[in-house]
Write a protein that binds this ligand. Structure first.
Ligand code: FAD
Ligand code: SF4
Length: 496
């Protein structure tokens, strides 16, 4: 390629989507793609080794695929990025290239969006392209919110089902109900999960191994490990992972959605969030594939609906909440929680068996399923009054699938109730007895979930009552907390 550059296309690490609008009308003879790895993007905010490796290797694979098509890719790797922020590195590249237009899809992070817009001042950049990856545009979400005093995911989800014709039977929901959650809450019981399907893994190839070396060399201080890294990092691998889920685990997804078992990481979950969040998979194709499996009689309705609710419902909904409420959302601390995050969140070294398992797995693999995140690590932080900002920084750092638009509403809102009820109608507060019911961790723990005082008192059970006591007044007006607060009051009477 020679001569003046026409279009400069900036591709961020979570925008690995060949179908995005910035590639429409792309001319390999005159257009250039700019991508960059910046060490600062892994330290501020912090990112674990596994998460950093995931983003960088997925980016390098994407750049390689573009080059195979003849696309000119100007790629800055970790060793060459210097001390600049990601926005600065990209801005400098774009300025050097010139170009008649500079195109970028809207970043999934409020702060990066602002920094990048600033860094591109003085170039031909005229505003971000809309992110078409999602079912629901930001403007569509605002229309959903108009005139509503309170947002609830369930109503949004129904609108999305109708609008996109997903799992519908004429004008009504398939099977007559919108929600089959009541069928989706089983635990494994004493017998345990029994035979579990093997999850397809993608051992590190040469590109990933080179990234691991770079991360060890330039960012040795990052937490966690990339030794077991095996996530899908190309579109082809992501499609294999989707098929593997649909064929092996979808049928049982719903039933065991909330169940946990020590040492079993994935159970019947999809393990597709990372691939979806960097846009190697589109939610539309994931939902369509899952619905097809149901229509072909390969998965029951409750499992299919349960899964589709996560992707078409929750995933789209949290993105809407993020953009609607940022940047103030990040400062939310409705329960005035100010305790520091315990050190064991970074090591997994604790005698609480449930936390040891969930955190250990997280630091080793960069993955934990929803109930581990919400009802083990999240619940502990909520009950112990850990500062929500610190909790957010931990979640953003340790999970391979962590990107702000999805992580922040789940942590600040759903798990820590720091938004005062925007995401969840009440705090997800429970005693250790919940964990005893849903997992086998308690049977290997030095604490007892039934015990509230003394040496064997379960730190969840003990802290549950302290949490209610501490927040009694703040939660008094919440109808959905009334039973829990009545139980607290009864204890007071008994104890007096
Ligand atoms: P499955 O359980 O198989 O679910 C299927 C898909 O549904 C997921 O891949 C995901 O795309 C979507 N999904 C499910 N639940 C949610 C949800 N609550 N919000 C948005 N999408 C959802 N998800 C992330 O992608 N990135 C995060 O950083 C993240 N942080 C979280 C932090 C906390 C405290 C909690 C409670 C949840 C968080 N989630 C996050 C949501 C959810 O836990 C993960 O999407 C899920 O565990 C990923 O594993 P999976 O692909 O096996 O999901
Ligand atoms: Fe966790 Fe308490 Fe059960 Fe121990 S007894 S595993 S701390 S819930």
């Amino acid at each position: 390629m020679s001569g003046a550059v026409r279009r400069v296309v900036i591709v961020l690490g979570d925008q690995l989507d060949r179908a995005s609008s910035v590639f429409e009308g792309f001319d390999v003879a005159r257009d250039v793609v700019v991508m960059a790895e910046a060490a600062a993007a892994s330290t501020q905010p912090l990112s674990s080794k596994a998460r950093t490796v995931f983003f960088l290797t997925a980016m390098r694979h994407f750049a390689m695929a573009l080059r195979e098509e003849g696309v000119r890719v100007e790629y800055t790797d970790l060793g060459a990025s210097g001390a600049g922020s990601l926005a600065e590195v990209l801005g400098q590249r774009a300025k050097r290239l010139g170009g008649e237009e500079v195109r970028v899809v809207e970043p999934g992070c409020w702060h990066l969006k602002r920094a990048l817009a600033e860094a591109l001042e003085g170039t031909a950049f005229e505003g971000f392209d809309e992110d078409r990856h999602f079912f629901c545009s930001r403007e569509r979400f605002e229309r959903h919110c108009a005139g509503r005093r309170q947002l609830r995911m369930e109503f949004f989800y129904r609108e999305m089902r109708r609008e996109h014709g997903v799992l519908m039977d004429g004008k009504g929901p398939e099977g007559g109900e919108w929600n089959y959650d009541a069928e989706n809450r089983a635990s494994f019981g004493r017998e345990g999960p029994g035979f579990l399907p093997r999850v397809v893994r993608f051992p590190a190839d040469a590109v990933t191994r080179a990234v691991v070396c770079d991360v060890e060399r330039y960012l040795p201080q990052l937490p966690g490990s990339a030794a077991e890294f095996d996530f899908p990092v190309t579109r082809e691998e992501a499609l294999v992972a989707l098929e593997d889920f649909v064929e092996q685990r979808l049928a049982d997804f719903g039933r065991w959605q909330d169940a946990m078992w020590v040492g079993e990481e994935v159970l019947y979950h999809a393990r597709l969030s990372a691939a979806m969040n960097v846009k190697l998979l589109a939610p539309r194709e994931v939902v369509a594939r899952v619905e097809r499996a149901y229509r072909e009689g390969r998965a029951p309705l409750a499992a299919t609906e349960g899964f589709i609710r996560q992707v078409l419902g929750w995933r789209e909904y949290v993105r809407g909440v993020y953009w609607r409420h940022m940047p103030e959302y990040l400062d939310g601390n409705a329960l005035e929680a100010n305790a520091p995050l315990p050190e064991f969140f970074w090591t997994g070294e604790t005698d609480m068996a449930c936390l040891r398992d969930a955190i250990g797995q997280t630091l080793r693999t960069g993955y934990a399923h929803h109930i581990q995140r919400l009802m083990v690590t999240g619940l502990y932080a909520l009950l112990h009054g850990v500062n929500p900002r610190e909790v957010h920084e931990w979640y953003l750092a340790v999970y391979v699938d962590a990107v702000e638009w999805v992580e922040i509403p789940n942590v600040i809102g759903m798990s820590q109730y720091a938004d005062g009820g925007v995401m969840a109608s009440k705090p997800y507060a429970a005693t250790g007895k919940y964990l005893k019911r849903m997992s086998n961790a308690c049977s290997g723990c030095r604490y007892d979930p039934e015990v509230e005082q003394g040496e064997r008192a379960c730190p969840f059970t003990k802290a549950y009552w302290e949490f209610l006591e501490r927040n009694r007044e703040r939660l008094a007006g919440n109808q959905r907390m009334s039973m829990q607060l009545r139980n607290l009051a009864r204890r007071g009477v008994k104890g007096s």
